[in-house]
Design a protein around this ligand. Structure first.
Ligand code: NOJ
Length: 576
């Protein structure tokens, strides 16, 4: 059996589900249609979108200022990374007050105005809910760590030191890879699967669970439209803390994900929250195989609407990737969900390096063409697409040389860990330069003015030097820009339900350059042809003598002769 993947310290493991996909089915019958399947979600990393108060950090007023732009993209929802009060050990994924707004980002009044402004533009808001863990500065944890008798003690996981050293647990962000942190005050260890400032919450405790549902209701009452559950597949834990096998560090997903109790918690959450409001739900992580993914999202189970799996984004590696592998992974996931359940589609997010740098060619020759091709793929696949801010422009990785350039705790502690293990640090930095999460977090490039129009002060993370040419203002003015291509693709998807619900069929699976597929709904058929390479490609599509008319093309020309098609480097064509 193989296991679904999770972000590692700048190292991304590849894996795929080991099960055979189900036969393709109709999937798009009107009874199966749902508003959240039809969304195009735009992910905003609030720290990096738009600063309005001159502190070099993005804020909610900045998002409000840019909502006309967001609307112009043709997207229908925004997923915001966490905006709650936080000491920012992990940029907001360490929450110290779930009912307030991080001061860097503004106030609750700003939030309320932002939500109204989004809804006025028919843009829904999806909040990130981070409840596998809290911050160590959360009052619950402050109380819990102060005494073994604290009423909040059981909100967290503890191992009393008199029992000896606890059985090893792997931590993703700890500099020593150790998920147990000794805490002197109560002579106990606490558990943190992520950084030591992110103690794991104890979901076995019904009081904790009720607190979380109340927090979610607080936001649902405000009118938010959905929740993204951070790292939730790790929430259930065996609190007898058994010893895990020696391969824990390499295969931690196997031991951490989908443990007993998780489905009970999700059903309870659904009962308490999701079913009471018109909200959608999506979990980070989709279990360890297709069966577990279905157990999370199948409609008759009343748990979640969708989850997102990592197999797709794990395909590109430092050094390149094989297109045939990409086709295999996306096709297997699509097939497995053709009859039941629903998928999320994404090529990047705040835990990944930039889309065009990982999947495309970010050199000047092909950056624009390959970014357009990738957005064509993202917006023509089945599943709810998640587009990451800046990818609509083809923003690229930044070039950091020194570890001191990085801000991300995963990079910094990953470096310390590699150093203590005697790794080749030059090689480590070379790979980090390509894979680091900071690549995907640099400020949004709005214009060619100072700091790319993101801020009037030095930004918290440097702006990529290429902002002089890659920016919204320049791309807005150019009808052939990556940005305007993105808009054409969202318009096409919004106008053609076949792109949402239509069956997906892979053509020429073994072609090493071309990814070709059809989307079919009733009588309607769309053909997508994507040349994922720097070389021209020829492809025969037997049985496809009538290719149809190009609706989208990232080049001025399209060359075909019956069922033989020639595609220029990174050419993307959508035909009907
Ligand atoms: C997953 C989030 O996407 C990531 O950014 C974060 O560091 C971890 N969960 C911990 O919350």
């Amino acid at each position: 059996m193989r296991f679904a993947c999770y972000l590692l310290l700048a190292v991304f493991v590849s894996c795929g589900s080991g099960q055979e996909p189900a036969a393709p089915g109709v999937g798009g019958s009107p009874a199966d249609r749902e508003w959240w399947k039809e969304l195009i979600i735009y992910q905003i990393y609030p720290r990096s979108f738009q600063d309005t108060d001159g502190d070099g950090v993005g804020d909610l007023n900045g998002i409000i200022e840019r909502l006309d732009y967001v609307q112009s993209l043709g997207v229908s929802a925004v997923w915001l990374n966490p905006i709650y009060t936080s000491p920012n050990d992990d940029n907001g994924y360490d929450v110290s007050d779930y009912r307030d707004i991080m001061a860097d980002f503004g106030t609750m009044a700003d939030f309320d105005r932002m939500l109204v402004a989004m809804h006025e533009r028919d843009i829904k808001l999806i909040m990130d809910i981070v409840v596998n863990h809290s911050s160590d500065e959360h009052p619950w944890f402050q109380s819990a760590r102060s005494s073994r008798d604290s009423p909040y003690r059981d909100y967290y996981h503890w191992w009393p030191a008199e029992k000896g050293t606890p059985p090893h647990r792997y931590s993703l962000f700890d500099a020593a890879g150790d998920a147990w942190k000794y805490d002197e005050t109560t002579d106990s260890y606490y558990l943190h699967y992520f950084a030591e400032g992110q103690p794991d919450l104890n979901w076995e405790n019904p009081e904790l669970r009720q607190e979380v549902y109340d927090i979610m209701k607080f936001w649902a009452e405000k009118g938010v439209d959905g929740f993204r559950l951070d790292a939730f597949q790790f929430a259930a834990k065996d609190t007898t803390y058994p010893k895990f096998p020696d391969d824990l560090d390499e295969n931690f997903i196997q031991y951490y994900a989908m443990q007993d109790g998780l489905h009970d918690y999700l059903r309870e959450m659904n009962d308490e929250v999701f079913s009471q409001y018109n909200v959608m739900s999506v979990a980070e992580g989709a279990g360890r195989n297709f069966t577990e993914a279905h157990e999370l999202v199948d409609a008759d189970r009343n748990e979640l609407d969708m989850a997102y799996a990592f197999d797709g984004v794990d395909v590109p590696k430092y050094g390149g990737y094989e297109l045939t592998e990409m086709k295999r992974v996306f096709t297997r996931w699509d097939s497995a969900f053709a009859e039941r359940g629903w998928l999320s589609i994404f090529l990047s997010n705040h835990d990944q390096a930039r889309m065009v740098s990982r999947w495309g060619d970010d050199t000047p020759n092909y950056r624009a063409a390959s970014a357009k091709l990738l957005n064509t793929f993202l917006l023509s696949m089945r599943g709810t697409p998640y587009a990451y801010y800046g990818d609509e422009l083809g923003m690229t990785n930044i070039d950091f040389d020194e570890i001191s350039d990085y801000q991300d705790i995963a990079a910094i502690n990953g470096y310390k860990k590699a150093e203590s293990q005697g790794k080749d640090m030059e090689q480590f930095l070379t790979e980090l330069n390509f894979t680091s999460r900071d690549n995907g977090r640099t400020p949004m490039q709005w214009s060619d003015s100072t700091y790319a129009g993101f801020s009037s002060a030095v930004p918290w993370l440097p702006v990529n030097d290429n902002y002089a040419t890659i920016n919204v203002e320049a791309e807005d003015a150019d009808p052939e820009s990556v940005l305007n291509h993105f808009r054409r693709m969202t318009a096409l998807r919004n106008e053609n339900r076949v792109l949402v619900y239509g069956d997906y069929e892979l053509l020429v699976p073994d072609h090493e350059q071309v990814y070709a597929y059809t989307r079919t709904l009733g009588e309607e058929r769309i053909l997508v042809l994507l040349n994922f390479s720097d070389e021209a490609a020829t492809v025969d599509l037997p049985g496809m003598e009538e290719l149809g008319e190009p609706l989208i093309n990232n080049y001025p020309k399209f060359t075909s002769d019956n069922a033989t098609v020639e595609l220029l480097p990174w050419q993307a064509v959508v035909l009907r």
